[in-house]
Design a protein. Structure first.
Lengths: 120, 285
């Protein structure tokens, strides 16, 4: 998996390309873990180049969401495909992740993040 | 960037379409592979006998000796390459005969140029376990039955083949079935088979005009649905992260969403009493 990364203010925007699945998830896990260890806990995950997500991939996203929220940050999703949105819906994770179609909106949303949405 | 690993790999392209052969060779060379070319089966087998080949791209519709015959002969060599079958024939029979012949992968023509590089990358990145033989018990389009070693890589190989049989289904149906099948097969080899390639899963794929039915039987002890607090299927509706807290307490890797996902993607999901055998059904009308 190839992951490109840029920063907007204190928000890290990650764009993974390829599949987020059991076999290929390590790269994304490592990148997010490094960000969180550095205290960079405001993360936008741009899914526009993600071709497939399996349950392990969703599990990875949940795990990193929980880690970021525990440290006062968040993982927000950008440009999910229709398929990704469907998976978020059927796994009830649409209740968890904030989803955006514009990077500017996703970044701006960190200004009004609340830590109260879910019990972690 | 070309890695040292790919730079050392050799790909043999066997196709009677000279222009395609040269185009594929150029793409693969750009990607860092050495390439050899053959215009027919005997020439390809001769090259195989004279030098080490890591991957063979093999057209089925070769003049004279067919690609399927070349596949059988190539598999008998001392150090058989991983073989990717290519064909414009979109009938299930070509795919099933390739699978029975232990082809590693299968690509339908025409394909986007970069796809072949991705396929070769994937095939050669896979471990030796991924190339273990899969027993084909039945290879009719209506009833495919396989016995496969418990490995995630083999599960992916099986899924790739099985889903190509469903290539003519509507996209939404095909994607849902593919995802559900992948989740259940991964569970079977990981939790039932403990990723032990000396153990096997039995996979049946039945197709009728009105439904698809997949049955997966794993060698594990099964599981107790009441003891799956680490799975999202047991989450209260208002607590979609409950399973993740349990998984963290148990030291399990992130996950636990496979069953809840699968249940929503298919029409029927039925387990046997021990829960080491599962049937999924997708109705087509």
């Amino acid at each position: 998996m190839k992951i490109t990364q840029h920063t907007v203010g204190d928000v890290a925007v990650l764009t993974p390309a390829g599949r987020i699945v059991t076999e290929d998830g390590d790269a994304l896990r490592n990148v997010i873990d490094t960000l969180i260890q550095q205290g960079r806990v405001k993360i936008v995950l741009d899914l526009q180049e993600v071709t497939y997500i399996d349950s392990s991939g969703l599990g990875l996203m949940v795990s990193k969401y929980v880690s970021a929220r525990r440290r006062g940050g968040d993982v927000k999703l950008l440009h999910p495909t229709a398929r990704s949105l469907h998976l978020l819906g059927i796994t009830h994770l649409a209740q968890v992740f904030e989803v955006f179609e514009s990077e500017a909106d996703a970044v701006r949303a960190f200004g009004s993040s609340s830590f109260q949405a879910h019990t972690l | 960037m070309t890695t040292k690993t790919t730079a050392l790999r050799r790909v043999l392209i066997v196709d009677d379409d000279r222009a395609l052969r040269h185009a594929l060779a150029a793409l693969l060379q750009t990607a860092g592979y050495e390439t050899e070319q053959a215009g027919d089966g005997p020439e390809g087998l001769d090259l195989l006998g004279r030098q080490t080949v890591d991957c063979m791209l093999l057209d089925i519709g070769l003049p004279g000796m067919s690609g399927l015959d070349v596949l059988a002969r190539a598999r008998e060599t001392a150090s058989p390459p991983r073989i990717v079958m290519m064909t414009a024939d979109d009938t299930p029979e070509a795919l099933l005969r390739s699978f029975r012949g232990q082809a590693h992968s299968f690509v339908r023509k025409p394909f986007p140029p970069k796809k072949i590089v991705e396929v070769v990358n994937d095939v050669l990145r896979a471990s030796a376990v991924a190339a273990l033989p899969i027993e084909v018990v039945s290879a009719s389009p209506e009833w495919l039955e396989l016995v496969a070693p418990c490995s995630l890589e083999i599960a992916e190989r099986v899924q790739d083949f099985v889903m190509q049989l469903d290539a003519k289904l509507p996209d939404d149906v095909r994607e849902s079935v593919a995802q559900a099948f992948r989740e259940l097969l991964s569970n079977a080899v990981e939790w039932g088979g403990r990723l032990d390639p000396t153990r096997t899963v039995r996979i049946s794929c039945l197709r009728s005009k009105r439904m698809l039915l997949y049955r997966i039987s794993d060698p594990g002890e099964g599981f107790d649905i009441d003891r799956l607090a680490h799975a999202a299927i047991c989450n209260p509706e208002d607590d979609p992260l409950g399973h993740d807290r349990v998984r963290q307490e148990m030291g399990l890797r992130p996950g636990g969403l496979g069953l809840v996902m699968t249940r929503a993607l298919v029409d029927e999901l039925i387990y046997n009493e021990k829960r080491n055998e599962v049937v999924l059904v997708k109705y087509l009308d």
